[in-house]
Design a binder for this molecule. Structure first.
Ligand code: ADP
Length: 558
């Protein structure tokens, strides 16, 4: 962790933020954002070296010993601040939480100095709350009328990663991270600015500020406007899109008031959309030095109208700084040979026997008819229309027969929750609808099911198919986004591939894919078993993807 300098009591004037804000107020009109960024990119950057020299002792060890670095091929060290709205195990609603945990951890192993900045929600388990230590606090101007809010920083260090939680009771006292836009817009305006102000306050100047989704999208905008006179301005920003559907759109007056951002960012090239709305994600995409998304296919798809969620032309315009890097999974958490939540642990050598035991125990726990001759299909998902549940609803009666069982785990839209409850009643003993969020149950389904269904309408990356493969459960997926990049379709002639796929968003094609899976399972079990082992053998860890992020950090800060 970088040294802390100039730490002052929050209430006194003269914190770096206040100085910067005062200087900022005295500035003449700011340059246009694009001009500023172009100048920045082309400028030589001695400051980055200065920052590296100011880094923590571990960084110095590596840099002071070039011989060692050369021998072991250690890449140059970079400091990275991750800013996002959720992170396992503190708070997780979906894949973003997994990535915010696993990627920093892997980057720390690859010679990056990583700090993760998160909101301190009330719902964070008490066991973590009690381990946090108070790093400092200060008052921060936020709104257009100068209304200010307190920012407290609570810190927790774990597995080589520093977690700094932004604490403010007014914004983060709800149980859940997301409530409704009317509350979420002010909350994440505050969070984006407070994250930068906290870095400034701690005098921790990262080489890279890596922001995630719309909740952190205003960070690059603040950095190039209100923080342009601070030391943080040397940092390069990356904005990762985990799901383009969520953008943080509200009317301009509301976002202008809560963000306190200058009028000129509310133009069509940055935040403005339509006649009267502002889009926080769109602004972040314009101001970030680089944009990534979580698979190569999704990076291409979102530049087309069908997947572009109305930002396709904006993304095409910025395509020169857009790239896809596929997610991995954390193989410490998702490891069937050590997973304490499983009934029976297993690895590739005994998967075929032990998976059967997991299946029996799962059937028993869920009140399903027990038996080896059942093909168990799992579905673990947020229950929203993105996930292709309309297709599932349409074909489930045709899928269900005396040899098939279906287990769903998820929460979300009422219409899907109710339809799965209906199917549970209609097929008692063979369908089980777990309308809940339950980590343990998820692990047991990954281990006990034969196949996992992911028929998404769109899927930026998707983690459930990766976890399934790692647990020897065959994915049945639609060829979109990361599903297309990670699941190679089974080829019956060459007996290769990792799962069953279909291309068009069509119920008939999904049914066909499930039937192909069933035929292989019941009639060519040896080929099925080989695929199970092949899937478990596939390298799905974060190592490769983290390397690509690290190389991107190096490229941006060379
Ligand atoms: P998304 O981010 O769109 O929700 P992903 O496939 O990227 O989808 O990630 C979903 C993550 O959330 C996986 O780790 C999955 O196991 C987990 N998950 C989803 N729903 C539940 C649930 N009801 N209970 C437990 N875990 C869940």
């Amino acid at each position: 962790m970088a040294k802390r300098k100039n730490v002052k009591s929050g209430k006194k004037p003269g914190t770096p933020l206040e100085k910067a804000a005062a200087e900022y107020r005295e500035q003449p009109v700011q340059k246009d954002a694009t001009e500023e960024m172009t100048a920045e990119i082309s400028a030589a950057e001695p400051k980055v070296t200065e920052v590296a020299a100011d880094e923590p002792s571990t960084a110095k060890i590596v840099e002071d010993s070039p011989a060692v670095a050369k021998e072991t091929c250690v890449p140059p060290r970079r400091s990275v601040a991750f800013i996002g709205s959720e992170c396992y195990p503190f708070v997780k609603t979906g894949g973003l939480g997994d990535v915010m945990y696993a990627l920093p951890k892997e980057l720390a192993k690859q010679n990056c100095d990583v700090k993760v900045i998160l909101p301190r929600y009330k719902c964070i388990p008490w066991e973590y709350q009690t381990k946090m230590i108070f790093r400092g606090g200060f008052q921060m101007d936020l709104c257009a009328d100068g209304r200010s809010f307190h920012v407290a920083i609570m810190e927790y260090v774990w597995d080589g990663v520093v977690y700094d939680f932004i604490d403010n009771e007014e914004f983060f006292s709800y149980g859940n991270p997301y409530t409704n836009l009317i509350d979420d817009i002010p909350r994440f305006c505050y969070f984006a600015k407070a994250a930068l102000a906290a870095l400034n306050y701690m005098d921790w100047i990262p080489d890279i500020i890596h922001c995630h989704d719309w909740q952190a999208a205003l960070v690059p905008v603040y950095l190039r406007t209100q923080f342009v006179q601070t030391k943080l301005t040397t940092a390069k920003t990356i904005l990762t899109i985990h799901n383009l559907r969520f953008q943080g759109i509200y009317d301009i007056p509301t976002i202008r008031y809560w963000s306190g951002l200058p009028d000129y960012v509310f133009n069509m090239g940055a935040l403005k959309v339509g006649d009267r709305d502002a889009n926080m994600l769109k602004g972040g995409l314009a101001y970030a030095n680089f944009i990534t998304t979580v698979s190569q296919t999704y990076a291409e798809e979102i530049q087309c109208a069908y997947y572009g969620e109305t930002l396709d032309s904006h993304l095409r315009y910025h395509s020169g700084k857009l790239r896809g890097i596929v997610n991995g999974i954390d193989c410490d958490i998702w490891n069937p040979s050590t997973d304490a939540r499983l009934y029976k642990n297993y690895d590739i050598s005994n998967v075929l026997d032990k998976k059967k035991e997991n299946k029996h125990r799962l059937q028993e726990e869920l009140g399903l008819v027990q038996g080896d001759n059942k093909f168990v299909i799992g579905l673990i998902s947020r229950l929203t229309n993105q996930k292709g549940l309309d297709l599932v609803n349409m074909i489930l009666p045709q899928v269900m027969d005396e040899h098939t069982q279906f287990i769903v785990l998820g929460t979300g839209d009422r219409v899907y929750e109710d339809s799965f409850r209906y199917y549970e009643n209609a097929y008692t003993g063979n369908v089980c609808s777990n309308i809940m969020y339950d980590e343990t149950r998820a692990h047991r389904i990954y281990a006990g099911a034969d196949a996992l269904l992911v028929p998404s309408q769109f899927e930026p990356c998707g983690l459930t198919q990766l976890i399934a493969m790692h647990y020897g459960t065959i994915p049945i997926v639609r060829e979109t986004g990361g599903l297309k990049d990670t699941v190679e379709p089974y080829n019956m002639y060459s007996n290769r591939g990792n799962g069953f796929t279909f291309d068009r968003y069509d119920a008939g094609l999904l049914l066909d894919a499930i039937n192909r899976a069933k035929i292989l399972y019941f009639e060519h079990r040896r080929c099925w078993d080989e695929m199970v082992q092949r899937d478990m053998d596939k390298n799905l860890s974060w190592e490769n993807s983290a390397k690509q992020y690290r190389d991107l950090y190096l490229d941006l800060t060379r």
